[in-house]
Design a protein around this ligand. Structure first.
Ligand code: ADP
Length: 230
């Protein structure tokens, strides 16, 4: 099976004033299409930064990221946005729902960006799949954290992404909701073949993925099969 994501000698540093902080240092790994991996490591080890670079939300200082065979470093910001709209779903740590839009409208945003017209039924079906059919016309402020997280998932799924990135998808959720979110992610992975790349502190969730990558101080210190794959 071909690799949907190839990360080679990735480096990222941030410069503030005369100080340069290296956040990722020579990180390399690849992910076959349809696989599931977790990225774990202490706070500040560079997990969120790595996820953003892999998804084309930001560009590296060195090395390269190829997503669906496209080298992201060589692209303009507009072209990276196009690649994201076509192939990528992203679930942010703090959901990033638009507060002035209903749950349904939040879910349809990616398809509107693509210029598609027939999206309402698809969005309602997805809200049903994440167990929120009775919340379609609620605004984010009227939803619990777990409900907002599921709206964010429906929004990430609606464009049938080839690869889904999720930053702490079960963070701040109670155990029951976290289990439900975990089930949904792997349901999409199995039924649609969507590749999953997750950042998580939740060892249960990580154990569900096939591989676990461990970051420490911006370096990849291990890349191992999880218990599920052993
Ligand atoms: P993690 O997700 O593992 O907690 P992050 O990727 O969020 O780690 O952050 C890694 C390091 O990079 C932290 O020290 C953080 O302060 C720093 N960092 C992240 N984004 C920026 C930025 N835009 N400017 C400066 N430093 C940043």
């Amino acid at each position: 099976m071909s690799d949907i994501l190839v990360v080679e000698n990735l480096k990222k540093s941030f410069t503030t004033g005369d100080k340069t902080l290296t956040v990722l240092d020579d990180v390399s790994f690849s992910v076959p299409e349809g696989a599931s991996i977790s990225i774990v490591g202490p706070s500040g080890s560079g997990k969120t930064t790595l996820l953003g670079l892999c998804a084309g939300l930001d560009v590296s200082t060195g090395g390269s990221v190829s997503l669906v065979g496209i080298k992201l470093n060589a692209l303009s910001e507009d072209d990276r946005a196009y690649v994201r709209n076509q192939y990528v779903g992203f679930i942010f740590q703090n959901f990033q729902l638009l507060p002035t839009l209903t749950a349904l409208e939040n879910v349809t945003v990616p398809l509107e960006l693509r210029g598609e017209k027939q999206y309402k039924k698809k969005a309602l079906d997805l809200l049903d799949r994440v167990g929120l059919s009775d919340r379609a016309y609620h605004y984010p402020s009227q939803l619990s954290g777990g409900e907002q997280q599921r709206v964010a998932m429906a929004r990430a799924f609606i464009s049938s992404p080839k690869i889904l990135f999720a930053d702490e998808p079960t963070g701040n959720l109670d155990e029951e909701t976290a289990n439900r979110v975990t089930e949904l992610l792997f349901d999409i992975n199995r039924s649609e073949g969507t590749t999953l790349v997750l950042v998580t502190h939740n060892l249960d969730l990580a154990a569900h993925t096939e591989r676990i990558l461990q970051l420490k101080g911006g370096k990849l210190i291990s890349d191992q099969k999880s218990m599920r794959a052993v």
